[in-house]
Design a protein around this ligand. Structure first.
Ligand SMILES: Cc1cc2nc3c(=O)[nH]c(=O)nc-3n(C[C@H](O)[C@H](O)[C@H](O)COP(=O)(O)OP(=O)(O)OC[C@H]3O[C@@H](n4cnc5c(N)ncnc54)[C@H](O)[C@@H]3O)c2cc1C
Length: 413
């Protein structure tokens, strides 16, 4: 089939690829975006429970994670965010005609609360820039031939070959593969000797020892204080909803905390402590329970927490700790302990922790092994907390690549 020449070829029409294409100048040569799915931004359009949590007021304060965990990398990411951070992302999206507002937790959404609107704004901009887009194009091989990149994509009508001076790999990680992200980008990168760190599902439901929570399936504890411990040491605490399930726990607090322990689950030393009454002090609770027992000597022990916790949750606490006395009950309410056995895995996870280490790239996110080959988004060993940080990273890293590519052309003119 036909061959075509491009200045820049973007592999993957997800968040990073779309941000890049919607900012790309076409005056230096043709730009092409290849997406394997039938439509662009399928995942982007489902983010934030369909509402599209694009960034966060805490961008710039909160740390991003890396499995490799070196300080240089952390600094590098903060440096990128200083150039292409929340303000730049929002200003860009507002230039496209969108309006983005924060909620009470600092999470920014399109004012219409539709994630698909973000994809639409980007699509219109991409079209108006004259960037070419090909969907249903699954890139299967990437190699350098005579100083330029040869990209082979499988399409419905057969394999098509493209040539480009620069390639940006925006194929995402291996979480939520129903969105087209099955980890094949790592294989494309391996043709240029790139490696990945260990990869872990993150922002994911956790499997726990369900012995003490079997009766609680479907119950949501609102605004619980959740603490994750590793080897008995607390690593993170946060407040949010916890939902008991047949395999363990779900809910936004669980999702968020999973990021802090995702790479430590294999060792089996992670536990969750759920404070079921975070706004009440232990002493106060002990007083209430002591009085209650005194005033109602007839009250069945199992019902002691009636009116204090959800009835079923209260019974589960009493069943587990009731025999050990009131202060054990209080401790159980303030720290219901659940040993973590694992997570639901990549298919259920929202992001991949780990990826191509930044150390294999230069400071412009260009491969150290191949000039003109760039990487942006989740494929890299950078992941953020839940709350808009990952889409922010997709934008930030895409802009770093684009700036580098366009600078090369500008310096030639
Ligand atoms: C359900 C869900 C909700 C989320 N909610 C939020 C949120 O509210 N806020 C937030 O910040 N983050 C959220 N995330 C995470 C965020 O969506 C991702 O981190 C982000 O989309 C990563 O951007 P990316 O461009 O690197 O990869 P992706 O957006 O995953 O895009 C990669 C694209 O590449 C395509 N592709 C892969 N391989 C090839 C190939 N060989 N050839 C051609 N195309 C290919 C895929 O089909 C896909 O479209 C959510 C994730 C999920 C799954």
């Amino acid at each position: 089939m036909g061959m075509k020449n491009y200045s820049t070829l973007i592999i993957g029409g997800g968040a990073a690829g779309l941000f890049l294409a919607a900012n790309a100048a076409t005056e230096y040569g043709k730009v092409l975006l290849l997406e394997r799915g039938e439509r662009l931004g399928k995942k982007l359009s489902s983010t934030g429970n369909g509402q599209g949590n694009i960034t966060n007021a805490r961008v710039g304060e909160a740390a991003y994670f890396s499995v490799r965990g070196d300080k240089t990398q952390e600094k590098q990411v903060q440096g990128y965010l200083a150039r292409y951070g929340r303000k730049e992302l929002l200003a860009f999206l507002e230039r496209l005609g969108g309006l983005f507002l924060p909620d009470e937790r600092g999470r920014y959404y399109p004012a219409g609360r539709q994630a698909s609107a973000i994809t639409d704004l980007l699509r219109y901009e991409i079209a108006s820039r004259g960037v070419e887009v090909q969907t249903g194009a699954y890139v299967q091989s990437l190699q350098k031939v005579g100083g330029r990149y040869e990209v082979k994509a499988k399409m419905a009508e057969g394999v098509r070959t493209y040539f480009a001076e620069n390639v940006v790999v925006c194929t995402g990680g291996k979480a939520a593969k129903n969105f087209g992200t099955d980890g094949n980008g790592y294989i494309l990168a391996s043709a240029f000797s790139h490696t990945t760190t260990a990869l872990y599902p993150a922002l994911v439901q956790l499997k726990t020892d369900v012995r003490h929570t079997k009766t609680l399936k479907g119950i949501r504890v609102m605004d619980a204080r959740l603490t994750a411990t590793v080897d008995g040491k607390p690593v993170q605490s946060l407040t949010g909803d916890v939902i008991f399930t047949d395999y363990g726990v779900s809910g936004d607090a669980v999702f968020r905390i999973s990021s802090f322990v995702a790479d430590k689950l294999d060792s089996g030393k992670v536990s969750l402590l759920i404070d079921l009454l975070p706004t009440v002090e232990k002493e106060q609770l002990l007083t209430i329970l002591t009085e209650k027992q005194k005033n109602y000597p007839q009250l069945p022990k199992a019902e002691l927490l009636c009116g204090i916790l959800n009835n079923q949750v209260g019974r589960a606490v009493m069943k587990r700790y009731g025999e050990e006395g009131l202060s054990a009950v209080v401790d159980g309410v303030k720290g219901f302990a659940l040993p973590v056995l694992g997570s639901l895995g990549f298919d259920y996870a929202q992001i991949t922790k780990g990826g191509i280490p930044l150390a294999e790239l230069d400071e412009r996110l260009q491969s150290r092994n191949a000039e003109g080959l760039y990487f942006a988004g989740e494929i890299l060993d950078v992941d953020g907390e839940c709350g808009g940080f990952n889409l922010q990273w997709a934008y930030t890293s895409a802009m770093v690549c684009l700036e580098a590519i366009e600078e090369k052309y500008r310096s030639k003119i």
